[in-house]
Design a protein around this ligand. Sequence first.
Ligand code: PLP
Length: 364
Amino acid sequence: AFNFSAGPATLPVPVLERAAAEMLDWHGSGIGVMEMSHRGREFGEIFERCEARLRELLAVPANYKVLFMQGGALAENAILPLNLSRGGVVDHVLTGSWSKKSAKEAARYCDARVAASNELDTAPHHRSLPVPASWRLSPGASYVHLCSNETIDGLEFHEVPDLRALGSDAPLVIDCSSHLASRPIDWSRVAVAYGGAQKNIGPAGLTLVFVREDLLGHALAACPSAFDYSVVAANGSMYNTPPTWAIYVAGLVFDWLAEQGGVEAIERRNIEKAALLYAAIDGSGGFYRNPVDLGCRSRMNVPFFAHDERLHAPFVESAAARGLVQLKGHKSVGGLRASIYNAMPLEGVQALVSHMQEFAASHG
Ligand code: PLP
């Protein structure tokens, strides 16, 4: 089946096959990765290779720590202000469901302000991203937070804003859960990036955090030690037991990504896949529509709606019958949604487009 789930999401087939083949016996060690001590030599090798590959793929500068954490992006919504807010002011840019959740959570720990919002877009759909020049940034904010790809609403910042050009020297923090490793990250603009692994990276349970070193060491006293970035960094992400299996599979995904030509190559493929799908929606003569402005459409998550909402259930059912699964839209917005992460091959999108056309022809 081609799996269009928003997450946990499809993984590359060769990765699944390799993980299955090594399940009982990793490289002749006589045990599987799930059974290994995280402090042993074997897992040490797996971990080091995984981190090195990730750094290479995303060109992570030497002055950034990569932390392998747990709790998902929602836990990071709390862990971040606990580590970086210093209990002061932070700015949030609201662009959809996930960024709103981040701001609400941060407000429990600091003075979380709304620097910009697209809430006035026609409900229930967010259509656009607030133009950076219009953001009301607070002087002296500990950081500015945005969600660089809104998974539910299907909006993506195709370019991460440059806060310096807006007259701010606050660190920019991005929740990049749903497009992490789908395109390069401009580290000259991003101080902290975080995301759950369960979309482009591997199994749920692993959260990746990239943090510029100069920001470490200011956690609030209430911050749990296991979530204190400087403690996690000082212990090489092994202050407590890391999600070993998820890290191992992530490493296999990174090897696969390198074989595909790396992040730039996968980005080109992602652009091609997204263009094909949006063209099918826009070219359907109004049978399908996507409400997002052209310049903000996500390359990863494509929500779309049939002209009559009664068609959504039969669409999902008939698609599943031909192996195109998990196309139901998020419950908060309804409709349909195709998530086309790195591991979705072009053929999957082509099959979806054929189904959309046939469905429209038979229900037009
Ligand atoms: N942020 C974004 C952009 C997401 O897409 C998701 C999950 O879909 C989350 C946060 C929540 O992540 P988690 O379930 O890993 O806490």
